[in-house]
Design a protein around this ligand. Structure first.
Ligand code: ACO
Length: 441
């Protein structure tokens, strides 16, 4: 059951030789390897020894940390959490089981699971005063803007779990964040539509409770649809973690300064918001609406290929996956199930499938290894379930909080935590004399 210790170990006898062509001087750099995946050149002493930095502005070739949580092989379309394939987790697990595995390293046995569910469930309410906090926002505020604010504000309410060096406080913060994010997400939705906040119901599962808080109203009973609750749970599982993506790296770098976990997760939410990351699911639906009809696909793809106005086929392409995104395949199947259950005949689904079919046979997308990513179909399901597009990224944040807090915890538990501090390749002005304002042209 238990997973192997992450090494990383120096590969015996393997070094990487770096030669300065100008001086002919060379250096041998150690080569590290993890349990699986590409070997890694250890450049930690490079600057001290050579006086040179490495240049990798978007981290396309940089391993920013070592981690035991999630592994992706982008060429094979493989995603594993703690060694378990995402397809199996999505089919057989619950979101809280996956959350446990991400946080603690292994799937729980039934006693551990019951205890974990209990711990998370009994943190689902938020401080009553947080309700008033919402009223400071305009009704038409984007719920992600609200989430950035209210999640950061949690640090102002839970002073008893801010000491990052105390394992028990870290644990409570993790449980609080996983439990309260759905409550805050549902509140941001209710606030935007002017309906009363629904207090969480601890007799429901994580996903059932979330649907209840979003779609229930005090005036009448809310009936859980098990197909939708299972779909919600799967969507959460599929978005739970994704190794060192932009928002996770943001959480890690914020945490490396020893900021409290609520502040770090709020930073992650801000990073997730962008359309190149978690905001893509909203952008996919907006794109489908803009295309409108199958007949308009060729014209739209012409704009994409000519890079007119930076138009992109949203929900396509991924920094790491160059074959397929395994999450997209699970979601496409789930999409059919949800639409069938709801009896929804969404023209967007047909349009998306046609767009996918045409793009996958077009040399532009084939040559650049662009495939549908997790966001391509998630918006269609979420819309069918009743969520407005502005909530899509919020739901992503609810799920990804588990990955963020697991990665944060792993980092804090490292024996020697060092602040993240990249360097730069300076291309600005060299030293020059100050000119008084009356002498400037
Ligand atoms: N549509 C059209 N062309 C694209 C797309 C796309 N969706 N994605 C990449 N390309 C093209 C680029 O224009 C570039 O072409 P070029 O070689 O002619 O210059 C080439 O493919 C490589 O693209 P990069 O931007 O360098 O790839 P990168 O790894 O930096 O970007 C990203 C990955 C941001 C996901 C990109 O594919 C994209 O913008 N996709 C659309 C947004 C999206 O769906 N984001 C969700 C990502 S998944 C997630 O966060 C959950």
């Amino acid at each position: 059951m238990s997973q192997p210790e992450a090494k990383p170990a120096a590969v015996p006898g393997a070094t990487f030789t770096l030669t300065d062509d100008e001086t002919g001087k060379s250096w041998k750099l150690p080569v590290l390897e993890g349990t699986v995946g590409p070997k890694t050149i250890d450049v930690r002493k490079l600057y001290d020894e050579t006086g040179m930095f490495t240049f990798d502005p978007s981290y396309t070739s940089t391993a920013s940390c070592k981690s035991r949580i999630t592994y992706i092989d982008g060429d094979k379309g493989l995603l594993m959490h703690r060694g378990y394939k995402i397809e199996e987790l999505a089919e057989q697990s619950t979101f809280l089981e996956v959350a446990y595995a991400l946080l603690y390293g292994d799937l729980p046995n039934s006693t551990q699971y019951d205890e974990f569910v209990h711990n998370v469930t009994y943190h689902t309410m938020v401080h009553e005063q947080l309700h008033f906090f919402f009223r400071g926002f305009r009704r038409d505020a984007h719920p992600m803007a609200v989430m950035c604010g209210v999640v950061a504000a949690l640090a102002a309410f839970y002073h008893d779990s801010l000491d990052i060096w105390d394992p028990e406080q870290r644990e409570i913060s993790a449980h609080r964040l996983i439990a309260k994010l759905p409550t805050l997400a549902a509140m941001s939705y209710k606030y935007s539509i002017g309906q009363p906040f629904m207090y969480p119901r601890n007799d429901l599962s994580f996903s059932e409770n979330f649907l209840y808080m979003c779609f229930g109203v005090p005036a009448e009973p809310y009936k859980i649809n098990p197909v939708l609750a299972r779909a919600m749970d799967k969507i959460f599982i599929l978005h739970a973690d994704h190794e060192q993506n932009a928002s996770t790296s943001t959480v890690r770098i914020a945490g490396s300064s020893q900021a409290n976990p609520f502040a770090c997760i709020a930073a992650g939410i801000a990073s997730l918001w962008g359309p190149a990351h978690g905001g893509a699911n909203q952008a996919v639906l907006e794109m489908l609406e803009q295309i409108g009809h199958k007949d308009n696909i060729p014209e739209f793809l012409r704009k994409v290929k000519e890079k007119q106005d930076n138009t992109r086929l949203m929900g396509f392409g991924h920094r790491v996956y160059k074959n397929h995104d395994p999450r997209a395949q699970v979601l496409k199947k789930e999409c059919d199930a949800v639409l069938k259950e709801l009896g929804v005949n969404d023209p967007h689904l047909e349009l998306a499938m046609e767009l996918e079919r045409i793009a996958l046979s077009d040399p532009y997308f084939i040559d650049r290894k662009l495939f549908p990513n997790v966001d391509f179909y998630s918006g269609i399901i979420l819309k069918a379930m009743g969520f407005p597009t502005s909530m899509f990224t919020v739901l992503f944040a609810v799920a990804r909080t588990v990955g963020w807090i697991s990665q944060w915890k792993e980092m804090i538990e490292e024996p020697a935590l060092k602040i993240g501090r990249p360097r730069q390749l300076y291309t600005g002005a060299t030293e020059r004399a100050y000119t008084p304002i009356d002498k400037r042209k």
